[in-house]
Structure formats: C-alpha cells, structure tokens
Design a protein around this ligand. Structure first.
Ligand code: G3H
Length: 556
C-alpha cells in the first residue's frame, strides 16, 4: 500500500512538473493580445428594473477569471471586473416591475399581437449582433471557454433566437384559423403564463439562458433574469438594448447572490414560471418555497451523468474520437458531457490505450490559443474537488492511465483517465462536471443498463457498436431510461430543433426551438355556439381587427 502511494506521489509530481515546466501556460498581462483586453476590467454598476438602468452604490462582486496571469511574484487569477451585489429590495423592484408590465395579462406586452412582439425581438437581435465582440470577450474571460467556442456560443444563440421567431410565425399561422366542431366555433391560440424567473448556468451563460429567455419573452411573458455567478458581466453590453427595445418592466436584470435574493421572490408566490438551468437541489428548494405550487410551472435543465457504452465491434477510431470530445469539450463542463464510459472488457485495453493517447495529445492552454481544447476550469476550488475525486478512486483501486492526468496548475486541471472504476468510488456516482473520465470494463451488457436504472439521472446515452441486432436490443429498453439514445456519437443537445429533456433528476419540461414556445405558454381559446348572432359578432371583430387574439391575420 505504502509503495502504491509512493508511486502515486511520484506520478503526481511528474505530471505537475510537466505542466509547471510550461512557463507559458499562464501569460504575463503584457503577453495577452491587446484586442482581448478591450473593456477589461468591466465594472458593472447598474441593473435593469422597470425600463431604467438603475445605479447601484452598494457592494460589488469582484470577478476573477479562471485564466491566471503571471508576473515575477508568481501566478494569480486575472481581475476582469465587478458586478452589483443587490439585495432583496432590488429583487423586489424587478418583481414589481415585471408584475406591473404583465398586469394580470392586461399589460401592453402580453396583449400585443404576435407580429408586434416579433418585431421587438428582431430589433433586439439586431442590437445584440452589434455588441457581439464585447459579449464574446467577456464570455471567454468569465468562464474560460475558448475564444472559438465563445464565438460559437454567441452565433448559436442568434440562430436560436431567429429560429424561435420563425417557429412562432409558423405556430401563429396555424392558429390563425377557426375550428368548428359540434356546432361550436373556436379559435385556439397559445397565451402567456405571467412572470418568468430565468436563471441560466455558468457553462453556457448566454446560450442556455437565452433558450429560456427568448421563448418566454416572445410568448408575451415578462421576465426577471438573474445571470449566473460566472457569466454575469457579459450581460453588461446587452442592458441598453433590453432597455431600449422592450416596454418598461418586460425584462428586468438583477445581479447578486441567488441564495440571498431568489428565495423570497419564490416565497412571494408571484413567480409564475421558474426557468432554471442548474442543479436539482436548487430547483427543489425553490419549488418548495412557492405558496401556490399549482400556479408555478417549472422548466428545468438539471444534472446528468450520461454514460457511453462501447461494444466489441465498434469502430475504435470513431469511438475514441467521439468519447474524447464527449467527455472533454469545454473541459467536460457540459450537462450533456459523457461522464462515465463502460467498455466491453475484451476491447478495454485497446480502447484505453488509444483513448489516453488522444487525451494526452489534446492542445491545452489559454482560451485564445488557436485550436485550444483544454482550458482552465471555470469555478474557483474546482481543481481541489476534481483532485479529491481522483485520489478517492486511486485509493480504492483505480489508476490514472494517462501521463500527466490530474496535474493541476492554478485553475488548470489536466484531464485524468481513471481505470478501472467501481461503485465504491465517488466518481462512479457524482457528476464531476470537469475533466475526470471514469472508465469501467463490463462483461455483461446488464452492467451498464443496471447503472442507468439505478442512476438518479436520465438525460442521454451513447452506444458505440456495429451490430444492428445488438444495437436494436439496446435501443428499446434505453429509450425508456433516458431521453436520447445516440448511436456512434457523443451525447449533445443540438440540433436545437430536436427536443432536449431528461428523466428523473435531469430535467422538467422539454426545450427545443418549438417546444420552448409551448412550455412558456398555455393553450387558450375563444369559443361560441354557431348562432347567427355569434357569427355576426365574430365576423365584425375579425373584419374590423378589433381583437389581437380573435383574428385571422397571417404573419408572412
Ligand atoms: O450543458 C448542457 C448544454 O445544454 C449542452 O449543450 O450538448 O450543445 O454542449 P451541448
């Protein structure tokens, strides 16, 4: 045992040396491309409530990047800005404003025609594109996502927003007609739900927040948006556009510690929809606070521990490539990441060798380095947690298979491939949300299936294989365990027109371009018996454009 610990220590030291030897891992401030330092630090002093950018003179949160900088005294996290630490009082200003703008469904925004709301949204998208570079830069600095992926996140969000508007036009066209059934004339449309509280995650602070924000707004709801702890500054370039484009109170943006502000908003009973991409612990705690559970709709994207099942006969290059990308894109900080790999025992050695080789060849460094793959992890203290997971697994019989695996430098954690992992280890159960990859050999297919049955999560699975009979036999039981079975490819959310959801503690409600319009609205209708009087009333209303709801106008 002692000998094993010494070997482990030596390995760690070796790995550590390999990383620290690379003196350029963290740059000196002078070496950072100047264009990336534009607007840094970003001191955010305002918040948006009731159509006003209100100045906050109270305490602010210092924002340190996961990227560290080096000088003669060593390395330290790079200071990139500050944002307001608001209190409950400001959170309630936002709630009052959102509730007033909704005005029990009588407000300007919820009663506006769909075409008019779409026009506002188009203006907003235009204004958003104008500040692309600033948002992308802040996104990169705040969460440590590569510049290239930060750009992709921005562009994906614009596409998502445009696709949402196109889907709404389609929905509206379908609803712009009357249905006559059993002597009753009806017009059925989707109507808003009320005040939506939108909170997104740090790993996709723009995109995932907007996948709830945009459909919530365009369906006529009013919104309180609280950006995540990491990924708050990037909202700064958008505040003016929010203020200018939307009627006052329709969108309100508050900053600060969720734990301080959000519970009382929920306890007020005035939040109608909770749109949260985060953890089930937070979601459950918040839901319980609402005094009228039946008046609260929840749209939740939560944890996941998606497994890959690699079968004998699978294409080894393809399986390794997809698993590496699935496990390690954005350092494994994706809810859809592959977080545990089950490999058929007879191919485990070959798989591991190729897998570790590929992991070790990944380009690592600062987010702006061209083609960089592994960057510093976002959260402070995360490397300690990842190190604990690795140590726990090693103490219970796993090896770190790849050279330099688990080496830490500042907020940088070199991916660790752990093998063989077993149920005694924490990493078998916990969602690591970082660059630690547990691998298990299996003899019988029941082993990964049992894992999924017993898991608290049920988002997706990836199957790698080539035998159609074997794959078909897995598909049928697995579609009842998770909400997406990927064949010979990693797990992922996209394309954004596909439904994105999960079972158990992984999600509530379905998100996709068209599904999101549905979850943030409710079907409602106007109905009348087919009498002469009613026909005349409806005809007059429609012909004279007297109602926004009871109308047959077509958005082209
Ligand atoms: O973190 C969860 C994201 O929704 C994953 O999206 O699969 O496109 O990376 P993605």
């Amino acid at each position: 045992m002692k000998n094993e610990q010494t070997i482990e220590k030596k390995r760690e030291n070796m790995a550590q040396n390999n990383l620290t030897k690379d003196r350029n891992l963290f740059p000196r401030t002078l070496d950072i491309p100047e264009v990336l330092l534009k607007d840094i630090p970003c001191i955010q002093t305002g918040y948006l409530a009731d159509g006003e950018l209100r100045v906050w003179n109270g305490p602010r949160q210092e924002v340190l990047s996961p990227v560290w900088v080096t000088d003669d005294n060593g390395s330290r996290p790079f200071f990139i800005g500050e944002y307001p630490l608001l209190t409950e009082a400001e959170a309630f200003q936002a709630l009052d404003a959102a509730a007033a703008a909704y005005d029990h469904g009588r407000g300007l925004w919820p009663t506006m025609s769909v075409a008019e709301r779409i026009a506002h949204m188009e203006q907003f998208i235009f204004r958003m594109i104008e500040v692309r570079d600033r948002v992308v830069r802040l996104l990169m600095w705040e969460v440590g996502k590569s510049l290239q992926d930060s750009e992709k996140e921005f562009d994906r969000t614009i596409k998502y927003s445009n696709d949402t508007l196109a889907a709404l036009k389609d929905l509206d066209r379908i609803s712009s007609r009357f249905t006559i059934e059993e002597g009753i004339i009806g017009q059925i449309r989707r109507a808003p739900l009320g005040v939506v509280l939108c909170m997104g995650p740090f790993n996709y602070p723009l995109n995932e927040t907007f996948t709830t924000l945009i459909p919530a707004l365009v369906m006529g709801n009013t919104v309180i948006l609280k950006p995540p702890k990491h990924g708050a500054l990037l909202y700064s370039p958008l505040l003016e556009a929010f203020r200018d484009v939307f009627p006052k109170g329709v969108i309100n943006v508050i900053y600060g510690r969720g734990r301080k502000m959000i519970p009382s908003l929920m306890a007020s009973g005035r939040i109608n929809v909770l749109g949260l991409i985060g953890t089930s612990t937070t979601a459950n705690a918040l839901k319980k606070l609402h005094p009228h559970p039946n008046r609260l709709r929840c749209v939740l994207g939560l944890e996941a521990k998606n497994p890959a099942i690699v079968l004998k006969g699978s294409d080894p290059d393809l399986a390794v490539r997809e698993c590496v990308s699935g496990c390690l894109s954005f350092n494994g900080q994706r809810c859809t990441a592959l977080k545990i790999l089950f490999v058929e025992a007879c191919i485990a050695d070959e798989f591991l060798e190729r897998f570790s080789e590929t992991v070790n060849s990944l380009s690592f460094g600062m987010p702006w380095k061209e083609e960089v793959f592994i960057t510093p992890v976002t959260e402070k203290g995360k490397t300690d947690y990842l190190h604990e997971l690795v140590s726990d697994a090693v103490s219970k019989g796993a090896r770190v298979v790849n050279q330099a695996g688990g080496a830490v430098h500042g907020n940088f954690f070199f991916p660790a491939v752990l093998y063989p992992v077993n149920p005694e280890m924490r990493v078998y159960h916990e969602e690591q949300f970082g660059p630690v990859i547990p691998v298990l050999p299996f003899e019988k297919i029941d082993e990964p299936i049992e894992y999924m049955i017993n898991s608290n999560y049920g988002q997706q699975v990836s199957i790698f294989g080539s035998d159609p009979d074997q794959i078909a036999q897995l598909i049928d039981p697995l579609v009842n365990q998770v909400c997406r079975v990927n064949i010979n490819s990693q797990c992922q959310r996209g394309p954004d027109t596909f439904p994105f959801t999960g079972r158990k503690d992984s999600a509530e409600g379905t998100l996709s371009v068209s599904d999101a319009l549905r979850v943030f609205s409710i079907r409602t209708l106007v109905a009348a018996k087919q009498t002469d009087l009613n026909r005349q009333i409806i005809t007059r209303i429609v012909q004279d454009h007297k109602s926004k709801f009871l109308a047959t106008d077509f958005i082209l």
